[in-house]
Design a protein around this ligand. Sequence first.
Ligand SMILES: Cc1cc2nc3c(=O)[nH]c(=O)nc-3n(C[C@H](O)[C@H](O)[C@H](O)COP(=O)(O)OP(=O)(O)OC[C@H]3O[C@@H](n4cnc5c(N)ncnc54)[C@H](O)[C@@H]3O)c2cc1C
Length: 415
Amino acid sequence: MDQDLVIVGGSYAAAQVAASARSAGFAAPIRMISAELDLPYQRPPLSKGFLLGKVDAKALPIRHEAFYRDNGIDMILGTAVASIDRAGRSVTTAAGNRIGYGQLVLAVGARPRLPPVPGIDLDGVLVLRTLADAVHLRDRLPAVTTAVVIGGGFIGLEVASVLAMLGKTVTVLEAEDRLLGRGAGASLADYVMAVHRARGVDIRLRTMASRLEGEGGRVRSVVTSDGSTIPADLVVVGIGVVPQTALAEASGLACSGGIDVDRFARTADPTVFAIGDCSWHPGAFARRSLRLESVQHAQDQAKAAGATIAGRPTPYDAVPWFWSDQYDVKLQMVGLIHGATHHAVRGAAAGGRFSVFYWHDDRLVAIESVNRPAEHMMGRRLLASGTTVSPAEAADEGFDLAARIAPKSGAPPPA
Ligand SMILES: Cc1cc2nc3c(=O)[nH]c(=O)nc-3n(C[C@H](O)[C@H](O)[C@H](O)COP(=O)(O)OP(=O)(O)OC[C@H]3O[C@@H](n4cnc5c(N)ncnc54)[C@H](O)[C@@H]3O)c2cc1C
């Protein structure tokens, strides 16, 4: 028990840290305690192929059950951890069972944020985070004619695209003056808005839900901040998530924008780690502390933590990347646009295939690509190698981006 690794959580970060600790030679018992009933599964399809009926639940597990069995990872599912006793090195489940640890990983993720408006608890008002949420939403769709999506971020827009593809009348309410305010630049957001509008989605910017009205306990309409009433037999809320910090805070761990950790994903208590959506970490690429919500981040930070737990301290320094699928549009982002000072477009939005390059002063900090997967992969290499190109070069489709990347040998890049 002195050596045991206990992981609280059961998703990307949890599955990866267990795998990475084992592959780095961690030999003591590993226990994964997850509030969910399912083995760790992929969340991205929940707002895409699964909701459309194109991806089956059987295809969702991140790893097969045999992986956990063969690697001696004890899966304790359907069990919430209620408290941590750091002095006694143990966690206690909601059912009162005490489980000791040598090292503890908090991979507890985030939960959907809900707007504090009247009617939010009506039947037919849903969020989308878990497989159970997705099944609930998917099962209701045949009876839905008109839907309102609250929030024009990635998840809200993915759900809106599925609803539109299924022939529903869809309205998206976005409080800000553009879509994707937290996740993407204005050029990409404008393009995405045009795509949705061309599919008949009614996007209302600078508009919030003031209250939800129902009949017999079921939602029937949304009253907006400008006084309009929009009929709705389904309301999906996608206004972001809140990191699950309560356990950590109650145990005395510092939490600022999430659970505070260092480059090794370690909290101030060297036996406790926090990874994935819940962690507030020093971003090597971002050059500031931040919290990220993506599969890439959860898995890459978990890899670093897993190696560190196994006795091979490994800092987390990956370049962030993310993707979103809406209709037949593949959006891929690498880097972070926060603080960007200027940008250049490669290709044309009118053709539906283009990339937007962003700089902070002279440093290339992000590339957003629309239906240009090869350019996205190239962008990952550019940013990972710290290579920059000028705005004129980026905008010139004849300019060979690959030729600029410094070879791994350390030889200088071509002039
Ligand atoms: C619908 C949807 C679509 C998405 N699409 C994309 C995409 O296209 N691309 C992308 O990169 N990312 C996407 N994401 C985000 C991505 O899924 C998350 O960033 C990722 O799941 C984070 O993994 P995590 O392990 O940190 O946390 P989570 O996935 O949030 O998992 C946390 C786990 O911890 C468990 N837990 C919490 N508290 C306790 C407790 N006290 N005791 C026991 N267990 C607990 C939870 O039940 C949960 O299983 C999407 C997310 C959603 C919901």
